[in-house]
Design a protein. Structure first.
Length: 256
């Protein structure tokens, strides 16, 4: 199965549970991205790999026009369903690939991407496309979970995540994510780190690992409560296994 097919398979299954996960729909967390982009009422925004549309719908409360783009039709269908539950009429949904955005140069004041770079074979290509469609002076903001800078922990974390969600390619370290911006030729002007809380059984319900791997995933996560082998600050709280993903928001400006 191709990576594109894996993406479509996983995210067709994840569309509804992803949109209902508290950590993904958390308005305060999305507002961090909005503040990082300095969104204004006259702006037009694009959210790349928008999933079920929570970021685009939140931007729509602030900007003049918001666009959400994703490669998986089921995600856009879920975004449209959530859209219908709200009163906003300034949102558009587009089916397309992140590395080949179907917009002219300099089309948007703000271009964002949240929790998607780790699913991409070529995140630099997506970032370059985001910069291309940003207007001069416009904001380009990326948010993603990041792996530990400790090699053993980073490798263990990525192995766990690929087993949990086969569409995962690799979570970058903070330094690697910053390096993408340098390679793309833009300077980071705003940086914000925060933690995304999670709980093991809830996480497994929102993803679709192979059934034969579920016991192994539980074993790895439970063991990490003793030695933090995944770099997720895992703790046992009664029968619940709690942890948190380190996330990084980087924002740049396209040069005038």
């Amino acid at each position: 199965m191709s990576h594109r097919d894996l993406i479509h398979q996983q995210f067709s299954l994840q569309a509804v549970p992803f949109s209902e996960a508290p950590s993904m729909s958390d308005a305060d967390a999305i507002d961090l991205l909005i503040r990082a982009s300095s969104a204004q009422a006259h702006h037009c925004s694009l959210d790349v790999a928008c999933g079920p549309g929570m970021v685009a719908l939140r931007f729509a409360k602030v900007v003049r026009w918001a666009v959400g783009l994703d490669t998986t039709q089921a995600m856009l269908d879920r975004a449209k369903a959530l859209h219908q539950q709200q009163s906003c009429n300034n949102v558009e949904w587009v089916l397309a690939e992140a590395a080949s955005l179907p917009f002219p140069d300099a089309s948007f004041d703000i271009v964002t991407c949240r929790f998607a770079f780790h699913h991409m074979l070529h995140p630099l290509a997506a970032l370059q496309e985001m910069i291309r469609v940003a207007r001069p002076g416009g904001a380009i903001a990326v948010c993603d979970a990041v792996s530990s800078p400790e090699t053993a922990k980073g490798n263990a974390f990525n192995a766990f995540e690929r087993m949990r969600d086969p569409s995962t390619v690799r979570f970058l370290t903070m330094q690697e994510l910053r390096g993408l911006f340098r390679e793309a030729g833009v300077n980071v002007v705003c940086e914000r780190s925060y933690r995304v809380p999670a709980e093991l059984e809830g996480l497994l319900r929102t993803s679709f690992p192979r059934p034969e791997n579920v016991a192994t995933l539980r074993k790895i996560m439970i063991a990490s409560a003793d030695d933090d082998r995944l770099g997720l600050a895992t703790k046992a709280h009664g029968e619940r296994i709690l942890f948190s993903y380190p996330a990084l928001i980087l924002s740049a400006r396209r040069e005038l």
